[in-house]
Design a protein around this ligand. Structure first.
Ligand code: G
Ligand code: G
Ligand code: MN
Ligand code: NA
Length: 254
């Protein structure tokens, strides 16, 4: 309860921050893609694990305003990067499946985006399947409206219990992100490697962009490249970093 109250204040007080983790684009090398990840620096408790922040927010109904904050911050940082002259900026944003079950979510997001003048199709909304999808019809409507407006959707953590083939089939996703639990140790585990390789070929046949996350070493990166992944993400390339560090990182890539 106290953390929930603190979170309300944090949203207003500026204790929230978005980190960027670069994604290496193999098939669109001119793209500069990143996933934004929320960080809450609590004034006395220090950094709160983001998974806990999201859980608290979902349980207390704060997720709506939290996601709104995340989207505004992501749009505004993207605008900054484009104004600095970077081309091919793409930003992936995690949203809770809960968000998509709120009536009016799509118009909120479209309103926020349109006030920035940015195109929608440089943004990918990452969603995992939630077990408590309260309203399938509302979910579907939000999804379709955002998709029609140009937003891209990625199915996150693919292969875990929270995302399934039927989910991928029922909604017009454009990207599939293979969960890092299959990727990180795949070279030491033939089963994981089989799962990854089968997932990549399936995704490609379904014409989905396929991203592997959790890559921590070169050998794994080379293997995934050879398998035909479109994007690679992991500590082996770059850790999530504050926005100012991400700007420096982009600058070094040129
Ligand atoms: O970055 P980190 O490993 O702490 O992320 C932990 C979990 O929190 C991941 O599942 C990630 O998808 C999720 N997450 C990170 N940032 C956000 C966010 O801004 N919104 C939502 N809904 N989830 C996020
Ligand atoms: O659920 P989601 O995929 O959105 O979670 C992203 C989280 O995964 C980020 O918080 C990030 O810190 C973490 N992450 C990204 N790359 C790696 C990696 O190479 N290894 C590990 N252990 N975690 C990673
Ligand atoms: Mn994600
Ligand atoms: Na994931």
């Amino acid at each position: 309860v106290r953390l929930a109250q603190d979170l309300v204040n944090a949203i207003e007080a500026g204790d929230l921050e978005l980190y960027h983790q670069p994604q290496i684009s193999l098939t669109q090398p001119e793209d500069r893609a990143s996933e934004v990840l929320l960080r809450w620096h609590h004034p006395t408790e220090g950094l709160i694990p983001t998974i806990d922040v999201i859980t608290i927010a979902e349980q207390t109904g704060l997720i709506r305003s939290l996601t709104r904050w995340v989207l505004s911050a992501a749009f505004s940082q993207t605008k900054t990067l484009r104004q600095l002259g970077y081309c091919g900026i793409r930003v992936s944003i995690n949203i809770s499946a809960n968000d998509l079950s709120h009536r009016g979510f799509s118009s909120d997001v479209i309103g926020l985006l349109d006030s920035t003048g940015l195109p929608a199709d440089i943004f990918t909304l990452e969603v995992t399947e939630s077990m408590h999808l309260s309203d399938q019809a509302v979910f579907q409507q939000n999804f379709t409206e955002l998709r029609d407006h140009g937003f891209l959707f990625a199915i996150d953590d693919f292969g875990t219990g929270y995302s399934s083939l039927s989910y991928a089939n029922e909604h017009p996703f454009s990207e599939l992100k293979i969960d890092r639990s299959f990727v990180t140790d795949m070279l030491n585990d033939p089963k994981r490697q089989t799962i990854v390789s089968a997932t990549v070929s399936m995704a490609k046949k379904l014409k989905l962009i396929v991203t592997a996350e959790g890559i921590e070493d070169d050998a794994t990166a080379e293997t995934l490249k050879a398998l035909g992944c479109d994007k690679l993400q992991g500590f082996g390339f770059a850790r999530p970093m504050p926005f100012s560090d991400y700007q420096a990182w982009l600058n070094e890539q040129q």
